[in-house]
Design a protein around this ligand. Structure first.
Ligand SMILES: C[S@@+](CC[C@H](N)C(=O)[O-])C[C@H]1O[C@@H](n2cnc3c(N)ncnc32)[C@H](O)[C@@H]1O
Length: 222
């Protein structure tokens, strides 16, 4: 599915979020930077925007992995055009079977990716496995606003408007219908914190963004 929408992904991403996604990524990068990580893994990196922001913030080495070859191809071509002086590597890899040894990254990140995992528990355990003790994982994911009227507006926007516009621009309405269902079924907030605890992380917390439309999750490996 992500192969099919790779070429229109960036445009739709920024258009449908009114550019707010850039602010969310920036906030997550600032949180990540509090530990000054030197080597960061960005899982489900897609077209690479989060990996590029992390690298631009001064991280010495960034590795971006994704399951979709077309998304990775877009990331690689953006790298060649705009970021070739940066130390970023993009690789095709499954988040649920990461091709890295244990304890190799100072931090790991996932932006709008964990919602798509086939097996969330395994994906979170993999993140835990590859970061060093003392390392941090920063995850951004959609959540659901709790209060009126944002909850209702959000529901209508995701259920009807996003598939309509997404379908016209990407020619794949199904992919943008899937977005609504994946957000609707995702265990956000405290339920996600429980999943992080189970994967082995500790001191986990969630920070709601923009009326709770999305959240940043911080998870630590002691
Ligand atoms: C909504 S995009 C997010 C891309 C990017 N992180 C961003 O912030 O724009 C979700 C990405 O997750 C990837 N993905 C889904 N399941 C995956 C898995 N098991 N392993 C690696 N990547 C996966 C998809 O291929 C897609 O590129």
């Amino acid at each position: 599915m992500f192969d099919k929408i790779a070429k229109s992904y960036d445009l739709l991403n920024h258009l449908l979020s009114f550019g707010i996604d850039k602010r969310w990524r920036k906030k997550a990068v600032n949180i990540l930077q509090q530990n000054n990580p030197a080597k960061v893994l960005d899982v489900a990196t897609g077209t690479g925007d989060f990996a590029f922001s992390i690298s631009m913030s001064g991280v010495a080495e960034v590795v971006g992995v994704d399951l979709s070859e077309e998304m990775i191809n877009v990331a690689k071509s953006k790298f060649k055009q705009h970021y070739s002086d940066k130390n970023i590597i993009f690789k095709l890899a499954d988040a649920e079977k990461l091709p890295f040894d244990d304890n190799v990254f100072d931090a790991a990140t996932v932006a709008f990716g964990v919602r798509n995992y086939e097996n969330l528990e395994i994906g979170l355990k993999e993140l835990y496995r590859v970061i060093k003790p003392g390392g941090k994982t920063v995850i951004i994911e959609f959540s659901k606003p709790k209060h009126f009227p944002f909850r209702n507006i959000y529901h209508l926007y995701f259920k009807y408007f996003v598939p309509f516009i997404g379908g016209i621009i990407s020619k794949d309405k199904k992919a943008y219908r899937y977005l609504y269902h994946s957000v609707d079924n995702f265990p956000y907030g405290n339920n996600f914190i429980v999943k992080l605890d189970k994967a082995g992380f500790n001191n986990n917390k969630s920070i709601p963004l923009t009326f709770g439309i999305a959240s940043i999750y911080l998870a630590n490996k002691s």
